[in-house]
Structure formats: structure tokens, C-alpha cells
Ligand binder design. Sequence first.
Ligand code: KE4
Length: 426
Amino acid sequence: MSSRNDTLFARAQQTIPGGVNSPVRAFRAVGGTPRFFARGEGPYVWDADGKRYIDYVGSWGPLVLGHADPDVVGAVCEAARHGLSFGAPTEAEIEMAELLVKAVPGMDLVRLVSSGTEATMTALRLARGFTGRPKIVKFEGCYHGHADSLLVKAGSGALTLGNPSSAGVPPEIAGHTVVLAFNDTAELADTFAAIGGDIAGVIVEPIAGNMNFVPATPEFLATLRELCTKHGAVLIFDEVMTGFRVGPQGAQGLYGIRPDLVTLGKVIGGGMPVGAVGGRRDIMERIAPLGPVYQAGTLSGNPVAVAAGLATLKKVLAPGFFDALGAKTKRLCDALTAAARERGIPFSAASAGGMFGFFFRETPPASFAEVMAADKAAFNRFFHAALAAGLYFAPSAFEAGFVSAAHGDAELDATAEAAQGIFAAW
Ligand code: KE4
């Protein structure tokens, strides 16, 4: 029977490149037809055929409360009734900035933008403007949005589609991006010894969610902090995915290491377009209109989007939120692992807060090379079996998964049971 997803996908491809507005949605890595979602509620989404799925993508991270949280939707409707946008300052933006400055260690000042890409692009420009240096260091497999300097050996959709270094980025720009191996402390030290005086900044995902789920080692981040301080380079933690997802202070709260700048997104918009870049006052004061580093945005700090973010963060920062969320996510990972290993299938999983990854290999990978050595065909096979069973995982072996506060015993038990069935038929 033809599915409405097929019909919609064929129609979408007539007017939208690849039929999608963001490449990783196209199912190119896993094959098949992307699901066109008609609605979401709590832990569930329904596709164009009315089929229900337990959602473990959550719009790639923002929906930490689940879909259509009543308080978030209510806040959006209330804000919208007073006007959608002014292009002028609003009190809500001050509330958001005060909340972020209070919640994120080392965040003296913060600028709101409309996406994670804008946040990281601005952080790079600030690092270069503050130091007067050209070079940026990033790590293979990490993805920081689609700004030119960052599309060099990137993760997420770039990796999924097999073009980690995008076309259209001139060598003059890509040449200033130094790409090192994630978690390779020795290479890091060698690089700083060689060119430390040219490095404006280092940008890192403290937990790399764009090559699935690979936490930095404490030693790697500590060395990174020490070298950036010694050489006067700006350390940027890209917490667009991990911010308010792995804990109330993001990944930096788990590691106890303070970057100079932090970028945020996803959860701080609660499903609406919000990003942020913030950190040390002496760096942030270089940004326009205070300083010479220009940055701007028509919808930056949009009152409706900020209302969604504030309503989300108020619930996320309630006592015990992450204890409960982390326990659910670990329970999911343990159930998937047990189901696979009972059948002798090499499988491992890891998680932090409401973020997780699973791999068809004996142990969770600690490097990009180990991620690439995992059994991708097995991942794709599992993805489609899970989809048929009503479980929606990320359509790529190079993406993290997400659990929301709305996932409860019923969903976790149903997922465990479905996984048992999938691996029994493996
Ligand atoms: P956006 O521009 O997509 O809001 O944020 C870019 C970004 C920056 N930094 C990190 C650590 C990120 O994970 C992202 C975006 N993440 C991807 C999923 N891995 C977004 C999904 C997509 O590209 O469609």
C-alpha cells in the first residue's frame, strides 16, 4: 500500500532540494522514505499515515519536555497574542539573559541569536576579533553548524552524506581551520607547540553528539583548557546539543572545566528558533554595538521564541529534573544493550542526562576512528526494524538520541519489548 509519506516525499522533491530543509532528515544514510510528521504529543509523534512512534529524536534535542508541552504551548500563544516580533528590545530577552547568566558558569554576558550555527559562527568571529589571530581548531567528527570555517571534516549530516568537508568553502577559509583527532591529547599538545601563537580559538563538543555519542575524556578537556590558557587561545564549548540536555550546567557542569565562551541552542528555544553565545566579559564586550566584532539578526531574541525557551528552562531547572531524566535514559540504554547481548549481538550504549548513543560494537567508541569502525549496516537494519515497530531513532549512525521528561514507564517498557523482538528475529 502506498504511504502518504511516499506521496509527500515525491511532491516535496519537486520544489525543495532533496525534499527536505535539512539534509540529515532525508534518510540518505539509512535508506527509505523519511516520515512526514503530522503532530507530536509528549513522547509520541504521528506520521502522515497516522502511524504512531515513540520519538527518540525530539527534533534533534530541543524537545526535552516532549512534544507540545502544555506550558510551552501556552507561553507561545500568550506571547504571540502580544505581537510576533518587534526588532526592538523586549523584557523577555532580559529574563532569558539573566536566566542563562545565572545558570551557566562563567557566562558574564550573552547574545541571543536564532540558531546554533549563528551562535558558533559568532563565537569564532569573537575569538578571531579578540585575539587578532586567524586559526581555528576543531575536531574530526564534531559538528558545529554550517558556517564555512566549520564545515571541515564535520560530523552530523556532513558525515552522514559522506562529504565532511563541504564544497563551496574556498581553501583560503578552510585553510585556517585546523582539524585534530577528538580525544587525542598528544596531537593537541604537539599542535599548540607548533602553532599556538596563531590559534584564535578551539571549538569542541564536550560530549560529541554529532558522531553519535562520544564523551571527551576529562584529561583531553583539562589539557585543552590548560593549553588555551597558556597560549592565549579562546576555548569555546559548543553546548548547542548538551546545554540543558545533559545537566543543569550542561557538559561543563559534568566536567568542572570552564570555557571562555559557550554556545547554546536547541533546548533554550524549547522547539522554537533560539541560539546563544556567551562567556567572559572581556571577550563578549568586543561584540557590536560595544566593540568591533559585528553580529546582528532580525529575529534575534524573538519574543515568541524566547517565551518557548523560558517556559522550557523553568521546568528543566526544577530540582530533580535531570536525576529523573538521566535515570530514564540509562534504563533505555540498559534495555537495548541487554536485548542485543542476550542474542550474542555486539552492542553497546552510553548516555548522559537525556542524551544517548548506541553502537553495534562491543564497547562505546572513544574516538572518531572507533565510531567509523562500528557496524553501520547493523545500525541501519536496527533503525528500520525499530521504525516498523513504532520506535523513531535518529536516521543516522552518526547522531545522538534523546529522551524527554514525557517518556514514562509505558514507553520505556514498550521499547524494551520491541527491542527483544527485533533482536530475536535478527
Ligand atoms: P543549528 O544551526 O542546526 O540550530 O545548530 C547547529 C549545531 C551546532 N552545534 C552542535 C553541537 C549541533 O549539534 C548543531 C546542530 N545539530 C544537528 C543534529 N546533530 C541539527 C540537525 C540538522 O542539522 O538538521
